[in-house]
Design a protein around this ligand. Structure first.
Ligand code: XIL
Length: 330
């Protein structure tokens, strides 16, 4: 890895985190991670399908490894994620072969409580922040709520239960509601209304996570700034939780090799966003990029398989214009 460039984490006034897995703690990826990042989020290893594949059978090999690694190296840990509609095993929403219905509300909430209590208790004191619920908003619904199985069966109660139990299990952890597209006004307002309402009820939501999966054309720094200011009025902590900047602007483009000018454009998007984050460092306690280097990005297979390098370091772990957009704001 390059050792003649600044450590990214030293260039920003908040925790700079990165999504990771075990492989990325080894070899040069591990060196890169420790040199540039001060926080970590497991990309997949704490999701429900990874940690409780069958009811009551918990698997913590990877999660334990990652939490221990972070503790050894003094990295802030974001737990991700306790309740989500995706990467959740089918059994959660079934009783044998039968699909659960609203009549099974108590059973589903019991499963949720058991899952969350088990994870949060296991890592009590070691996980600074938890994404308690993920992607619960659908701004195209009249009530703003995604029609997930969680919502269809329990209404808002799964969110209330998730935060209550997480708080009981580790009162010291900062508890987040996390979502994407929060920079866009309609989604921002739907999320804002939900957070305000639940906090008024006493639901222990401490923070709002903005994923910020954006692209080179739609990385509107001014919208991001509006969102941060809007939520600041609620008095919640805020974090940028999954930043990456796709080189594509819709679902059809592909490149065989990404042109230099597109990578330069991407660098400007990083710079504009980090200008906003730095200006709002009193509202934002951490910014996490969603992958150690371009060879590990989820965007090479989502929403389709294609070359898509969205991160500050390339496949060879070399700094890109995106790196300089963060490191050199001048
Ligand atoms: C992604 C992971 O990076 C991929 O490896 C996995 O196949 C799918 O999930 N929003 C989230 C993250 O909250 O958990 C997702 O992570 C990306 C979108």
């Amino acid at each position: 890895i390059q050792t003649d460039i600044p450590s990214l984490k030293d260039t920003v006034p908040f925790t700079l985190g990165v999504a990771f897995n075990r492989a990325q703690t080894l070899g040069e990826h591990g060196q890169l991670l420790l040199r540039h990042y001060g926080g970590v989020t497991p990309g997949n290893d704490m999701k429900w399908d990874a940690t409780e594949p069958e009811e009551g059978r918990f698997t913590f090999t990877e999660a334990d490894y990652l939490v221990n690694y972070a503790a050894e190296h003094d990295l802030k840990f974001r737990g991700h994620t306790l309740a989500w509609h995706s990467q959740t095993p089918d059994w959660v929403f079934k009783d044998g072969d039968r699909d659960l219905t609203p009549a099974d509300r108590a059973l589903l909430l019991q499963r949720l409580e058991n899952h969350i209590r088990t994870l949060v208790t296991r890592y009590k004191g070691k996980i600074a922040a938890w994404d308690v619920v993920n992607e619960v908003i659908d701004e195209n619904q009249p009530d703003g709520m995604r029609r997930s199985k969680w919502f269809e069966i329990t209404g808002l109660d799964y969110i209330r239960t998730a935060f209550r139990v997480a708080h009981e299990a580790d009162p010291g952890a900062t508890l987040f509601i996390n979502d994407y597209n929060t920079e866009w006004p309609r989604k921002r307002e739907a999320l804002y209304d939900l957070v305000r309402k639940l906090r008024a009820e006493g639901v222990p939501i401490d923070g709002v996570g903005h994923q910020l999966h954006v692209n080179i054309e739609q990385a509107p720094a001014s919208n991001v700034e509006d969102t941060i200011e809007r939520f600041a009025a609620l008095g919640v902590d805020q974090q940028i939780t999954e930043l990456d900047v796709s080189v594509y602007t819709d679902f059809v483009s592909t490149y065989d090799t990404v042109p230099q000018d597109v990578l330069a454009e991407q660098g400007y998007r990083y710079k504009e966003l980090f200008d906003v984050f730095r200006r709002h460092a009193s509202q934002i306690s951490s910014v996490t990029v969603w992958g150690v280097a371009d060879d590990g990005t989820w965007l090479s297979s989502f929403p389709i398989t294609r070359l898509n390098p969205p991160l500050p370091f390339d496949d060879e772990l070399q700094a890109k214009p995106a790196y300089w957009g963060i490191a050199d704001p001048s």
